[in-house]
Design a protein around this ligand. Structure first.
Ligand code: ADP
Ligand code: MG
Length: 249
């Protein structure tokens, strides 16, 4: 492909006098994991929200699969395959794990199905949903309400829901947060395979994960990207070491 999946140019967002994102340009290519790192308050989450459409940008352009996202809201972008993935808030707590994934499968299949068939017992929904649960290792928890799952299991379920929506790009904002070392290791392995499904823009503090996974790393400081490069480039970059990495490098 000669075109990035996601092409962001000069994105800006001010909160009053604060420049949360201050002219951010970056792109995401098929098959890659592009990690975005930076200190707390650098504007990483704001950038992810601007891309997913939950926060409107003040200026700049977002092109997704060649299409300008201006005027397309969060729901519209999600339908095109661009949305924040792995969010607890995307789960219906009272519904079973299986039902949660079925709803995502149904959303992807479009509204025509919704009116033609009842949700439960529909094999067009249950079969792909069960396959997703199996993939994330939750088969034996299919009938448990999301609210009753452990934190780690809810994370697995969010992933199943995200996969069921068949995104064309994954936007992940600190997926390792709140996971123990074992959980982080498992998720790292999982993300490594996930890039074959769709490229990943990965905001992450866990530098072991970032260095293990990233094809490219961009460093955001005070709303500006101060460096973009390979893992080695970024480890070596003196400005980055001063601004962010410290001893971790
Ligand atoms: P990061 O994810 O890199 O930690 P954020 O994008 O969450 O950074 O925040 C960037 C800056 O914008 C911070 O100074 C934060 O306090 C501020 N900020 C974030 N969201 C809002 C908001 N809705 N209103 C006002 N200020 C905000
Ligand atoms: Mg954040």
């Amino acid at each position: 492909m000669t075109e990035p999946v996601l092409d962001i140019r000069e994105l800006r967002k001010n909160f009053g006098a604060l420049k949360a994102t201050d002219g951010v340009s970056l792109d995401l290519w098929p098959g890659e994991i592009h990690a975005l790192i930076g200190p707390n308050g650098a504007g990483k989450s704001t950038l992810i929200h601007q891309i997913s459409g939950s926060i409107p940008a003040d200026s700049g352009t977002i092109r997704f699969l060649g299409k300008d996202m201006a005027g397309i809201g969060m729901a519209g972008r999600a339908r095109l395959g661009l949305s924040r993935s792995f969010q607890i808030s995307s789960l219906a707590p009272e519904f079973s794990a299986l039902r949660n994934v079925m709803l995502a499968v149904q959303a992807r299949q479009g509204s025509s199905f919704r009116f033609l068939r009842p949700v439960t017992g529909d094999r067009n929904l249950t079969e792909p949903a069960r396959a997703m649960l199996e993939r994330v290792g939750l088969s034996d928890r299919a009938d448990v309400p999301a609210a009753k799952l452990s934190h780690g299991e809810r994370r697995q379920l969010e992933i199943a829901v995200a996969l069921a929506l068949k995104p064309k790009a994954f936007l992940l904002d600190e997926p390792m947060a709140g996971m123990g070392p074992e959980g982080s290791k498992n998720l790292t392995k999982f993300l490594d395979g996930l890039r074959r499904e769709a490229p990943i823009l990965l905001v992450e503090h866990d530098m072991d994960a970032v260095f293990a996974l990233a094809d490219r790393i961009s460093v955001l400081v005070y709303g500006r990207i101060i460096a973009t490069g390979s893992v080695d480039d970024i480890r070596r970059d003196q400005q980055v070491r001063r601004a962010y990495l410290g001893d971790a490098a």
